[in-house]
Design a protein around this ligand. Sequence first.
Ligand SMILES: C[S@@+](CC[C@H](N)C(=O)[O-])C[C@H]1O[C@@H](n2cnc3c(N)ncnc32)[C@H](O)[C@@H]1O
Length: 282
Amino acid sequence: MSDAFDNNLIIQVIANASKYLEPISATPVLDAEILMAHVLGIDRQKLVLYHNSIIDKRILTRFKRLLSRRLKNEPVAYIVGYKEFYSLPFKVNKHVLIPRPETELLVDCAIYYAKQHATLIDIGTGSGAIAIAIKYNRPDCSVWASDISSNALKVAKQNANTILGKNKIKFLQSNLFDSIPPMTFDVIVSNPPYINPDIYYQLQKDVHYEPKEALLAPDNGFSIIKSLIEKAHDYLSDNGLLIIEIGEDLSSRIEHFASLHNFSISILKDYAGLPRIASLKK
Ligand SMILES: C[S@@+](CC[C@H](N)C(=O)[O-])C[C@H]1O[C@@H](n2cnc3c(N)ncnc32)[C@H](O)[C@@H]1O
């Protein structure tokens, strides 16, 4: 690999690296640019200012190290340690799911539908992405966030402190509603695990770096969504909303189950036209 990179302009190193990345990444140029900006310690938008500089030897050594991790399918977000979500920078590590762009739709819904001074909870908060993005845009709301994983909660709390300041969100460790005190919320949001374990090995290799507990749910991906729907009634205020991100193959099962539990349900499609957000009204 070294001959292709040594004594080169930064723009050339990026071009060469993206050629290497083509077979394993859908976004090879972007990946190479993010890694280069990271080793240079600059924003990606500023890379253009460095394009025609010869790459420093130590920077190149670091870049090659990161590139070889990416070539083993490790996601760029874990390599650089952060991911942008809802235009905010979230620290991520192997204990949390990397926030996905389609989840921004769930945040849009919560921000739009929550009444003034609403009380909200994000179940399965992971990096804290959903809860923090909501609180950032709707500081009037009182926001809670929970996760079963103590390691995920550590990351979520760090993100909340950095992005919002201290004590803006109430965090607690809980298996779904088990440790949540008896109270009601105006909005419950969740992006729960919803992938069918049978298809785990067919998923992109990058996904195998993410925590399995954040991705997979028994019963073809339905079991955690099912428990959320079964238990949400007790924790929702009158006319309260349960907003869940769902797998596209689960929508008719969820519609049926939600109506059995006396919710009125609507399903929103994502930008790819796939059913993605289920909004259940008590
Ligand atoms: C798909 S990830 C979503 C993370 C984050 N909310 C996001 O959208 O990027 C699901 C999260 O649910 C958590 N989780 C899994 N089972 C849970 C359970 N029974 N109770 C609470 N949280 C759970 C996982 O630890 C993980 O952080």
